[in-house]
Design a binder for this molecule. Structure first.
Ligand code: PLP
Length: 453
């Protein structure tokens, strides 16, 4: 979490006193909230009717669960064992490796299974940069290239990358945090301009978890290749939603997470292009050719493989259906909620993500109000929930702290239905209106349009 470390760029502190704190609104909302789906009776806490938080996590696909189940019981053996049950588990792991590789256009030998996106990102960043650091004598933190191994990243990366970069800064690496424009896009020319002889790694996410913005990775990949610099991408939020091809993107390292693509939590993968010199992160046995020691999570790996196979088969069809639902949700919210607008909507985005500002309200209060009516969404990255500071992604695209805190993320998934969107469109505008009535930061004009004070 951001609050535990110093930040490489300023994030304004919360201003107090202008808006009712969300926690004080909680009981008032609990008492006044009526669900349109339940004839005025608020649903029991935790009774979610509309789940719009698929970027936080996805349910395990029933077919994925079916594929996994035997590896908890009948086929429980250790994939490193030489006996027949062990060989059956080994074979299942290798089939899964092929399935993961197929989703991203890689060779199965280039796939290493990990515990998830965070480990994959950390392995990529530390694995490339930590070994050159050993040969540098100065341990003074710097943001200039001179004589320090240098990393280029963006201000909107997930904490799995940002905090890894910050940890390396403390050990003497220099890090350039590139800004993004108001749509969350990094300029490839800025990447080119930031490269210096010491640049050891460019790490830029494929799709942003809060906005859905998809970065111009092909162009950046070409720049990285011309500069002969390793290029890592965090594809945790893009894999399975949009086409991902490691060769087309020109990446050397790519991180995946199971629980974002309908596989379980605690399983992920790192693509490592053949020939990449990557220092290992963990030390132990010889599993996965020593690249990632630790007894393989066979059931999780099988689940990830099955999820990748399903995603590959149904990607185009799902993307079109989900994008149509997302576009309708966004269009109708903007039409029904005065002053609302969508963040980063002019950028290429993942088909499932919409991030909307509701000026005059606290996102946390709206989130709780929606939750009480059975709608689950997010104020930003799930890992940041509870943090008092506005999202670093939203401030990086130029939002004021107040607008950043007034933004909610709606992320759709394979199970999202037209009916859920209908319900969301009943719940959201009414909840915003109710909160604005309680908010001193939002006054209504005589023509009925809201005005921010
Ligand atoms: N990268 C991005 C963009 C994410 O959204 C997340 C999770 O939210 C991660 C990395 C971390 O993945 P995991 O939860 O598998 O550790």
């Amino acid at each position: 979490m951001w609050s535990t470390v110093s930040r490489p760029f300023p994030t304004p502190r919360r201003r107090r006193g202008r808006q009712a704190p969300w926690f004080l609104l909680f009981w008032k909302l609990r008492v006044t909230t009526k669900s349109p789906a339940s004839n005025g009776t608020p649903p029991a806490l935790g009774t979610t009717q509309v789940y719009l938080d698929y970027n936080a996590t996805t349910p395990v696909d029933p077919a994925v669960l079916d594929a996994m189940l035997p590896y908890f019981s009948d086929d429980f053996a250790n994939a490193s064992s030489i006996h027949s049950p062990g060989q059956r588990a080994r074979s299942a792991v290798e089939i899964a490796r092929e399935q993961v590789a197929a989703l991203i256009g890689a060779d199965p030998k280039e796939i290493v299974f990990t515990s998830g996106g965070t480990e994959s990102d950390n392995h990529a960043v530390f694995g490339i940069v930590a070994s050159p650091l050993d040969s540098f004598t100065s341990f003074t933190s710097s943001t200039s290239c001179a004589s320090h191994p240098h990393i280029i990243t963006t201000a909107i990366e997930h904490e799995a990358v940002l905090n890894a970069c910050q940890a390396l800064e403390k050990r003497g690496a220099a890090v350039t945090y590139l800004p993004v424009d108001k749509n969350g896009l990094v300029d490839p020319a800025a990447v080119r301009a930031a490269i210096c002889p010491e640049t050891a790694l460019i790490t830029i996410m494929h799709a942003n978890n809060e906005l859905g913005t998809v970065q111009p990775l092909r162009e950046i990949g070409r720049i990285a290749a011309q500069a002969d610099t390793y290029f890592h991408t965090d594809a945790v939020q893009s894999a399975g939603k949009i086409p991902v091809d490691v060769n087309a993107l020109g990446v050397d390292l790519l991180a995946l997470s199971g629980h974002k693509i309908y596989a379980p939590k605690g399983i992920g993968a790192l693509y490592i292009r053949s020939g990449t010199r990557l220092q290992q992160l963990l030390y132990g046995g010889h599993h996965q050719r020593g690249a990632r020691p630790g007894t393989e999570n066979v059931a999780g790996i099988v689940g990830l493989g099955a999820a990748c196979a399903i995603a590959r088969k149904s990607l185009v069809e799902n993307a079109a259906r989900i994008a149509a639902l997302r576009d309708r949700l966004e269009r109708e919210i903007l039409a029904r909620v005065p002053d609302s607008h969508a963040n980063a909507s002019a950028a290429p985005r993942t088909p499932n993500t919409s991030n909307i500002i509701f000026p005059g309200i606290e996102g946390e209060a709206l989130l709780i109000s929606l939750d009480l009516q059975g709608l689950a969404c997010s104020t930003g990255a799930a890992c940041s929930s509870g943090a008092v500071e506005p999202s670093h992604v939203l401030t990086a695209i130029g939002l004021s702290p107040a607008d950043a805190r007034a933004s909610l993320r709606f992320s759709l998934g394979r199970q999202t239905t037209e009916g859920e969107i209908d319900l969301a469109l009943q719940i959201i505008p009414a909840a915003v209106a109710r909160l604005r009535e309680l908010s001193p930061a939002y006054a209504r004009t005589s023509v009925g349009a809201g005005q921010r004070l």
